[in-house]
Structures are given as C-alpha cells and as structure tokens.
Design a protein around this ligand. Structure first.
Ligand code: HEM
Length: 177
C-alpha cells in the first residue's frame, strides 16, 4: 500500500465519520425530533428511545473512527514534521489540531454521560409503565433526563460544527487559531 492510498483511505474514513456524526445529529435534531411532536407522547417516547439507541451505536463508531483516521491522516500527510517538540502548542497548525482533539474529548465525555447516565434513567421509566408506586417520581426523573439529553445533543452538534471548521482550516490553510 503506497502512502497515497493510506492518505485516501484515512481521508475517506475521517470524512465518513464526520458525515455520520454531523449528518446523523442534524437528522435527529431537525427531522426526527420535530416529527415526534405529531404522535402521542407514549409513542413518541418509544420512537425516541429506539432511534436514540440505534443512533448511539453510530455515534460511538464515529467517535472511535475520528482519532484512528485523524492520526493516520496526520502521519500519512507528513504533517508531524511541522509539529516537532513544543510546536504542537506554538504553531497555528498545532494549536488547531490540539483544539480539535480537546473538543473531540468533550464529545466523548458527553457521549458517555448520555449513554451511561441519562439513557438508563429513560429505560427505568419504560419499565415503570403499567403503574406502581413511585411512577410520578420516575416520570420526573425521565423528563429531566430527556431535557438533559436534548441540551447535550445540541451542544455536541455545535461543538462538531466548530471542529469541522477547524478541520477545514487545517486541510485548506494553516489553521485558524
Ligand atoms: C482525535 C480526534 C481528531 C484528530 C486527531 C483529527 C485529525 C485531523 C487531521 C490530521 C486532519 C488533516 C489536516 C490536514 O489536512 O493537514 C483532519 C482534517 C479534518 N478533520 Fe479531523 N481530527 C479529529 C477529530 C475530528 C472531528 C471530531 C471532526 C468533526 C466532527 C473532524 C473533522 C475534520 C474535517 C472536516 C477535516 C478536513 C478534511 C478535509 O477537508 O480533507 N476531525 N483531522
């Protein structure tokens, strides 16, 4: 495999991850989300939960693909020669790449909060269907979790859009910092 093929493969995988993460987030936020308001709340909850569960698989796949393809891009493009030693912190290219990595880490932390903290709270509500004590309290927990998932998802979409800007500025310039 020549360096050119590595670059093409790395670039392809990186942009595929961008398409899945950003495109999927936009579809969830602006297509599926608003459509849910046209069906009864119980059905909207099931649709939201099932689609979010499936989308989280794609989200984690994309989040894993970013550093793998990004580092492959970095080394195959030979960009590391511009970033020896402290240049990672002092050059525009290095600072921009560092910013992308830090923001990617924020997406990972937010993804973990949604997956391991908030999703179980929504699932807990589903198991409460049919009545029983504490349903009102679980409903409150569920509504709070739905609100937080929505807030964090919007923040993640904003962060991803900023990272795309940083990535484009690296690919077609020297970075924007
Ligand atoms: C650990 C995480 C990441 C690393 C190490 C990384 C690394 C890189 C590298 C080395 C490049 C090529 C720069 C050049 O051409 O000189 C790049 C480009 C790019 N990155 Fe990332 N990246 C990461 C995460 C992300 C994320 C999370 C996104 C978007 C959500 C993203 C979007 C982009 C875009 C849009 C480009 C420009 C691609 C092009 O137009 O060819 N990156 N990234």
């Amino acid at each position: 495999m020549t360096a050119t093929w590595v670059q093409v493969l790395a670039g392809y995988l990186h942009l595929l991850a961008v398409a899945v993460y950003v495109g999927g987030s936009i579809a969830m936020e602006f297509v599926l989300g608003p459509a849910q308001s046209y069906v009864p709340p119980a059905q909207a909850q099931v649709i939201g939960q099932r689609s979010a569960d499936r989308f989280l698989v794609l989200v984690w796949g994309a989040l894993a693909l970013f550093p793998i393809s990004g580092l492959l891009l970095f080394f195959s493009l030979g960009d590391q020669h511009t970033l020896s030693g402290m240049q990672f912190f002092t050059t525009r290219y290095g600072q921009t790449l560092l910013g992308m990595i830090v923001l990617w880490a924020v997406l990972v932390v937010n993804g973990a909060i949604i997956t391991f903290v908030l999703r179980p709270r929504l699932a807990q509500r589903a198991s409460a269907q049919g009545g029983g004590s504490g349903v009102a309290q679980r409903l409150e927990v569920m509504q709070s979790a739905v609100k937080w998932v929505s807030h964090i998802s919007r923040i993640d979409l904003g962060i991803a859009v900023v990272i795309v800007l940083l990535g484009a500025s690296l690919a077609y310039g020297d970075g924007i910092l």
